[in-house]
Every structure is written in C-alpha cells, then in structure tokens.
Design a protein around this ligand. Structure first.
Ligand code: FAD
Length: 392
C-alpha cells in the first residue's frame, strides 16, 4: 500500500474553469451530435472545430509546447466530461494525447517543440501505434521492424486497431530495432501521414465508439528520417510505451467515470418518470438499490481515478499499479453501471430510442483498450507481490 494516503484531490481555479467550459461544449456540441455520429460511424470533424475554438486541445498539454499547463488533472477533467457526453468523441479526442505522450515522455526538447506545438494549437492530431495483429496484450511479440540505412530507418510491418488512424497527421509507431534484445530492442518513431510506404487498412466496423475511426497502419519499406526516432536514441521504445500507458490509464479511468455517470443520470431520470403498477418505478426498492450500487461504484471509481492521477502527476514507483487499479475498477464499473442502466429502462433501454443503449455499447471498450481488465489485474498483482517480497 502507498504511504502517501493523504492526497489532496482538490481542483485549482483554472481546472474548475476548464470543467465549466468543457461541460458547456459537451452539452451544446457533443450531446446533440452523438447519435448521428454513431449511426454514421462518422469522425467528429465539426465537433473538433468547436473543441479547437474553445482551446480544448491546448488544455491537454503543458506550457512548454504552448499548452494551458493544467497538468494531469486537466486531462482527467477533459476525459470525464467528454465521455459523459460521448465516449466515441472522447476516444477520438484522447487518441491525440495518447499519441503525443511518447514524445512528451521521451522526446528531445527540439522534438517536443517541432511535433507537439502544432498539436497543442489544435492544428494537427496524433495517433498511437503499438498493437499489432499478433501482438496485443503480448507487446514484446511485435514483429514490425525498423532497419537503419544511412540517415533513414526502413519500417515494415502492420499495426492493429489504431484509434484515429487515417485521420491523424502524426503517428508514434513502435518497431523492433534489435529483435534479439526483446523489449530492450524496441524503438519509437514519429511517422507523418503521407510518408511513402505508409498506408491505412479499412475502417473497422465496431460495436461502440463508432465515431472514433479505427484502422490498421501498414508499413511497406517506409523510409523514416533517423531524426524521427523519439529521444534520438534506439531501443528506448518499450520504456516510452510503459511511461505512456502509466500516464494515459488514469485518463481512460476518467473516461469510464464519465461514461458511467452519463448512463447513471439517464437511469435515475427515467426511474423518476416511468410508472408501473400505478407508481413511479423509482419507488421500488429493487430499483433504488440498483441506483445506490451504481452511485457507490461511480464514486469509488472517481476517487481512485483522481488519486491515480495525482500520483501520476507526482511520479514515483507506485504510479503504474495505481493507474492500473483505477483503470480496471472504473472500466468494470462503467460496464456494470451501463448494464444496470438498461435494466432500469426495461425494453426501452434495449433500443436506440434512449441513450443508455449507446452507453452500454461504448462502455465495453474500456475493459479492452490500453490493456484489458485481465492485464491490469496481472500488473496490480505483480506489483503487490514484488512489494511484499521487498518487505521480507
Ligand atoms: C476500438 C479499439 C481501439 C484501440 N486503439 C488502440 C490504439 O490507438 N493504439 C494501440 O496501439 N492499440 C489500440 N487498441 C488495441 C488494444 O489496446 C488491444 O486490443 C488490447 O491491448 C488487447 O489486445 P488484443 O486485442 O490483441 O487481445 P489479446 O491480447 O489477444 O487478448 C485476448 C484475451 O486474452 C486475455 N489475455 C491475454 N493475455 C493474457 C494474460 N497474460 N493473462 C490473462 N489474460 C490474458 C485478454 O485479457 C483478453 O481477454 C485498440 C483496440 C480497440 C478494440
């Protein structure tokens, strides 16, 4: 258990202003558009224009690259509030942060300036290319290779399920520069859309988060300048990936909190309106207990998420474990809350007439991407066992 139990979970004035702003944008721009974006599997271009106008892209970044400098809690606020309206829009938006993180954690000052300033300004978006068809949870099984030839690397391989692929301008792509060294032979490259030898697979037909495009990245003798290797050093990519996931998982947890809160608010409203047996269904204890359990799960998820985010801001050895705990718990809670929100709606909840059906379809991805719930549990247990061993 962490020694640092007395964490301050409060927001700064600037963070509270951001929350007001993003709530407004979500209410006016995301909620009215979400059903159509979902039905058409349409990338939220117009919504992102409004996000750019409101400065939400800059809220994702630190001041050194032109961002607002609202820290990890700024990202948490954005993730929670946007997912409250639509997790598809939230995923498409946060793909840019996920793709930028390897540069933030491992890039040189010049690389950060070159690649991230246009992103913080909302002029360019980013995607994160780690997963492969044969290497999902088992990241070290990756087969994408990057061979150095003079001042260039030649990339060959395929990345799978990449959020924002095709739409993003910049891609952080992980590839083996020294296969014999395993995870210590992985490097991260910045690859620009339009680079010869770099193409995209078909748009995947998904259960949920349908407005967030997901495609393969395909590299066929793709030449990338040597200066695009993150940190200008080979074989540090796995470290960049781990640091990235430690920092992004609290944001996924926050997305889960927002998704769950959205589904819950629909359910409690419906329970107050729907009548059966001559009374509002909210008067049945069975419904009340379901609502109470849902609210407790959301509250616990929110506290774990904020705590993990605060820890991630401070750094330290426990960040990975607490990020994994928050992500796993909040994702599992969001799935349960969305399921119960449908139950409270009865048959109406099973149709697209009510938004809980979409919350339910969207929530499932939270238990899969950025490490499945099983992988989070593996990481949590490994950390706990290591800590116990160190106390012997
Ligand atoms: C919509 C969507 C968007 C995504 N976006 C991105 C993205 O932007 N960038 C990116 O790089 N990736 C992305 N991913 C990939 C995502 O992170 C992977 O799908 C996820 O890590 C799981 O990998 P997999 O799908 O290969 O499943 P597998 O690893 O094949 O897992 C299958 C099942 O086996 C279980 N399992 C596997 N290994 C273990 C183990 N050791 N112990 C216990 N259980 C285990 C899993 O939990 C799961 O239940 C996305 C995926 C989806 C579906």
């Amino acid at each position: 258990m962490s020694d640092d139990l007395m964490l301050d979970l409060s927001f700064t004035e600037d963070q509270l202003s951001l929350r007001e702003l993003v709530r407004d944008v979500v209410k006016n721009e995301v909620v009215p558009a979400r059903a159509e974006l979902d039905a058409n599997h349409e990338w939220p271009t117009k919504v992102f224009e409004k996000f750019k106008e409101a400065g939400l892209f800059s809220a994702l970044f630190e001041e050194e690259v032109g961002g607002m400098g609202l820290g990890m809690m700024g990202n948490i606020i954005l993730s929670e509030e946007i997912a409250y309206g639509c997790l598809g829009v939230g995923t498409a938006f946060l793909a840019t942060k996920l793709g930028s993180l390897p540069i933030e954690v491992g890039g040189t000052p010049e690389q950060k300036k070159k690649w991230l300033e246009p992103v913080a300004a909302g002029e360019k978006t980013v995607a994160f290319g780690l997963t492969e068809p044969g290497a999902g949870s088992d990241v070290p099984a990756m087969t994408t290779i990057a061979e150095k030839k003079g001042e260039k690397y030649i990339l060959n391989g395929t990345k799978q399920w990449i959020s924002g692929a095709g739409q993003a301008d910049i891609y952080t792509v992980f590839a083996m520069t020294n296969k014999s060294r395993g995870t210590r032979g992985i490097s991260c490259f910045v690859v620009e859309k339009g680079t010869p030898g770099f193409s995209f697979g078909k748009k995947e037909e998904k259960l949920g988060i349908r407005c967030s495009e997901t495609r393969q990245l395909i590299f066929e003798d793709c030449e990338v300048p040597a200066e695009n290797i993150v940190g200008l050093r080979e074989n540090n990519g796995f470290l960049h990936a781990l640091k990235t996931l430690n920092l992004s998982r609290p944001a996924v947890a926050a997305s889960a909190v927002g998704t769950a809160q959205g589904a819950f608010d629909c359910a409690i409203q419906y329970a107050r309106e729907r009548e059966q047996f001559g009374v509002k269904i909210a008067s049945f204890q069975a419904i009340q207990h379901m609502l109470a359990d849902m609210a407790m799960g959301i509250e616990a998820s929110r506290l774990m998420t904020y705590r993990a985010a605060k820890m991630a801001e401070k750094g330290g050895k426990d960040v990975g474990r607490f990020s994994a705990m928050a992500k796993c718990f909040a994702a599992d809670t969001a799935m349960k809350v969305a399921t119960d929100a449908i139950q409270i709606h009865g048959g109406y909840g099973y149709t697209s007439e009510y938004p809980v059906e979409k919350y339910f379809r969207d929530a499932k991805i939270l238990q899969i991407y950025e490490g499945t719930s099983q992988i989070q549990r593996n990481e949590i247990a490994a950390g706990l066992i290591k800590e116990a061993a160190s106390k012997m």
